[in-house]
Design a protein around this ligand. Structure first.
Ligand code: MLT
Length: 404
């Protein structure tokens, strides 16, 4: 008789944002008269900028003509986009990455979930705690589990690196040596960052112990301070130990459009095998490439007009971030993030658990956020708000929270 993949049964509950969404829907069903403001999942609210819309319209037109029509996209991505990424995100920053080390995909969520497939099931995985749940869930699904600890609800093959207020929400090198290290900076969910010198320590460590860093740079466009690296390849030696993930969702509003890319330098080898070849093999077998229209939209992100328009869009969300950060500070909350990232991380008042605060806020202010404990044990007693709402809703949400 057919059996299910039992590793899936080791997952606890639903995916975090599905649980949050379900609770919000239940609340609305019970209170249809309330106007609930959603500052939970990091989903954008501002429309695609004109340069991107124009590029998409043009590409749609090409698809309507036999002479310019495109079928399957190259599975690693069109050269026009890989070159634009290479020139703008790497060469312009002095990073040595070639266009054929860039793999275009349908977004960083799929890549961050799928990348673990090219590593052995025996790998030990280190994650920041709190952490974007996709990294942990996908490793559990793949059987990187070990022994379950009932108290912390964690698996022994996943090493949690606490990111707490005392260390500015930055991870410390773990006692146990991991094989895979997931880092995300600017961080989701805490909004914290590390300096280039701190990131260099991770690169040196990974090279020393033979680990691979999976560096999620999805929020790079929100960096406003000097000395915060935009790419791990700004660090010396990263070409031999780091894979980098990028998204077009947050810098260009592509959450519903879907586009991302992953960089795997040809210098990273595990047991003599190039990870680049394995990922290319996987991509070739399992993926038919991001759609042409969407890749043209991605190219427009790097045009002069696109860049100018997107700078304004990022600034729009960062105005929300500053408003939330300062508003909550005024209201006496202990808050961080929101300076180089569109997330604000706050300590729950009166020692409430994250979920108690979730219910309290939903009930009394009709505002939905994300409970910190959903991101990992060290997220307990914390709460995340996103700056991706529109101005009007953000101002109203903070007004309501201040009134509590
Ligand atoms: C988040 O809210 O953490 C993100 O929007 C989730 C995602 O990008 O998949």
């Amino acid at each position: 008789m057919v059996k299910v993949n039992e590793d899936y049964l080791k997952l606890r509950g639903s995916y975090l944002f599905s649980t949050v969404g379900k609770k919000e829907r239940e609340f609305l069903a019970a209170h249809p008269d309330r106007r609930v403001i959603k500052l939970s999942i990091g989903d954008v609210t501002q429309p695609l900028v004109p340069a991107i819309i124009e590029a998409m319209h043009k590409a749609v037109g090409e698809m309507a003509d036999e002479k310019t029509f495109r079928g399957y996209a190259p599975d690693l991505g069109y050269e026009f986009l890989r070159n634009a990424v290479m020139e703008n995100d790497y060469k312009a920053r002095g990073c040595e990455i070639a266009a054929d080390e860039i793999f275009i995909s349908d977004g960083a969520k799929s890549d961050s979930g799928n990348i673990q497939e090219i590593f052995s099931k025996d790998c030990k995985v280190a994650v920041c705690d709190p952490v974007y749940p996709v990294y942990v869930d996908t490793n559990i699904m793949a059987g990187r589990t070990g022994v379950f600890d009932e108290t912390t609800e964690t698996w022994s093959n996943v090493i949690y690196m606490p990111c707490i207020a005392e260390n500015n929400f930055a991870p410390m090198i773990p006692k146990e040596t991991p094989d895979l290290i997931y880092l995300c900076f600017p961080n989701n969910p805490t909004g914290s960052t590390i300096t280039k010198a701190q990131l260099q320590e991770w690169v040196d460590y990974a090279n020393k112990v033979g680990a691979v860093i999976i560096y999620d740079a999805a929020y790079e466009a929100y960096i406003s301070e000097e000395d915060v690296p935009h790419s791990i390849y700004e660090c010396e030696g990263a070409r031999t130990c780091a894979i980098e993930l990028h998204s077009f969702s947050k810098n260009a509003g592509f959450t519903g459009v879907r586009l991302g890319y992953t960089v795997i330098p040809k210098d990273i080898k595990c047991g003599g095998v190039m990870l680049h070849s394995l990922w290319a093999r996987r991509h070739g077998t399992k993926y038919n490439g991001a759609p042409y229209i969407i890749q043209r939209a991605g190219e427009a992100v790097y045009s002069l007009e696109g860049q100018a328009q997107l700078k304004k869009q990022v600034a729009y969300y960062m105005e929300n971030a500053a408003y939330i950060l300062n508003g909550l500070k005024d209201a006496g909350y202990s808050v961080s993030g929101g300076v180089n990232a569109p997330y604000i991380w706050l300590r729950t008042p009166n020692d409430m658990t994250s979920w108690q605060f979730f219910d309290y806020l939903l009930e009394n202010a009709n505002v939905v956020g994300t409970p910190g404990s959903g991101f990992g044990p060290s997220g307990e007693h914390y709460f995340r708000l996103t700056a991706f709402g529109n101005h009007e809703n953000t101002l109203e949400a903070i007004r309501r929270i201040k009134e509590l």
